[in-house]
Ligand binder design. Structure first.
Ligand SMILES: NC(=O)c1ccc[n+]([C@@H]2O[C@H](COP(=O)([O-])OP(=O)(O)OC[C@H]3O[C@@H](n4cnc5c(N)ncnc54)[C@H](O)[C@@H]3O)[C@@H](O)[C@H]2O)c1
Length: 303
């Protein structure tokens, strides 16, 4: 399979590129490097903006995995990130439709669900509570508009990521912010009381789930990618402190339009792709910690 990955130097994109390359696929990671990253660039990185792609650039490409985006929820309240993301998505959709590529898989987010109770199934209504989430709703609705324009046999799918975490992630999410704080000897900052809960998936497990999706010829129109279990943010903080062997917690005011809980309903994923073995949280955090500095517990033991 020839796969072009936009956002291919990013957290999920570079991990997916490495995994597909190892599995023997021909991978073209593409990224404009606008977001700084702890991860090394994947093999064969093409430094380019998605908005410059033409249909001819997709000649010989079977599948496009579209991960390029500006993903900070708080920043989206103040910046043009949403306008950027929607322009990128629209450009890629028009490019894909007029190309010979067979499949396009686009990244959406659990943020499209907003504040709703219970496990979130794909048929739940959209209820975005941030500009970033509005952008992802736009991604999905644009995909719905372009899908009927595709010839038979061509596919357009959406994957809704919940929180993916792991080594070398940027700091702009709860887990890497905690890992970065603890390795930098700063307190872990919890916004609000920490009862807000997040559905966490370790990056290796997320890549396994993505490759299951890509290994089947047909893409589902939309599918959740998460763990099915919500962990309160204060429990995540305590787990990070356990993994590091030290750390303190401080609280700030709650985030604007904070969402109290995200839990993925994984029925659709499991029905289609089967179950995926998952790394336990403590183990996954310990693995992740190593890339944010030497594990503090080990350093403390060595002293
Ligand atoms: N990581 C998560 O937990 C999570 C959760 C929900 C949704 N998502 C979505 O999954 C996708 C991948 O997330 P990630 O964590 O790997 O993000 P990331 O920030 O690590 O990577 C995104 C990459 O896209 C690149 N990029 C941005 N705009 C571009 C453009 N115009 N042209 C080319 N490259 C561009 C950036 O330089 C960056 O390397 C994003 O669409 C994000 O919104 C991620």
């Amino acid at each position: 399979m020839n796969v072009l990955i936009t956002g291919g130097a990013g957290f999920i994109g570079s991990a997916l590129a490495d995994a597909l390359d190892t599995a023997g696929h021909m991978v073209i990671p593409l990224d404009n490097l606008s977001v700084s990253s702890r991860r090394p660039s994947p093999k064969g990185l093409v430094v380019r903006d998605v908005r410059t792609l033409t249909a001819r650039d997709l000649d010989g490409v079977d599948t496009v995995v579209h991960l390029a985006a500006l993903k900070s929820v708080p920043a989206s309240f103040e910046t043009g990130n949403v306008e950027h993301n929607v322009a990128v998505d629209r450009h890629l959709l028009t490019t894909f439709v007029s190309s010979t590529a067979r499949r396009l898989l686009m990244a959406s987010s659990c943020e499209v669900y907003g504040e709703q109770t219970g496990p979130l199934a794909e048929n739940a209504p959209f209820a975005p509570r941030s500009p970033y989430a509005v952008g992802k709703v736009a991604t999905e609705q644009l995909a719905g508009i372009y899908r009927p324009l595709l010839d038979d046999g061509r596919q357009l799918g959406i994957v809704r990521f919940f929180n993916v975490f792991g080594p070398k992630e940027g700091d702009d999410a709860v887990v890497p912010a905690f890992l970065s704080a603890v390795t930098g000897d700063r307190p872990l900052t919890i916004e609000g009381d920490g009862t807000q809960a997040r559905d966490l998936t370790y990056i290796d497990d997320a890549v396994t789930m993505l490759t299951r999706v890509l290994d089947r010829p047909e893409l589902l129109p939309v599918v959740n990618l998460g763990s099915g279990r919500a962990v309160p943010v204060r429990d995540i903080a305590h787990a990070v402190i356990r993994a590091a062997g030290r750390g303190t917690i401080t609280h700030t005011s709650p985030r604007i339009n904070e969402i109290s809980s995200f839990t993925a309903d994984l029925s659709r994923f499991t029905r289609t792709y089967g179950t995926v073995d998952r790394m336990p949280l403590d183990e996954a955090l310990a693995h992740s910690l190593e890339s944010f500095g030497r594990p503090l517990a080990t350093m403390a033991t060595r002293r």
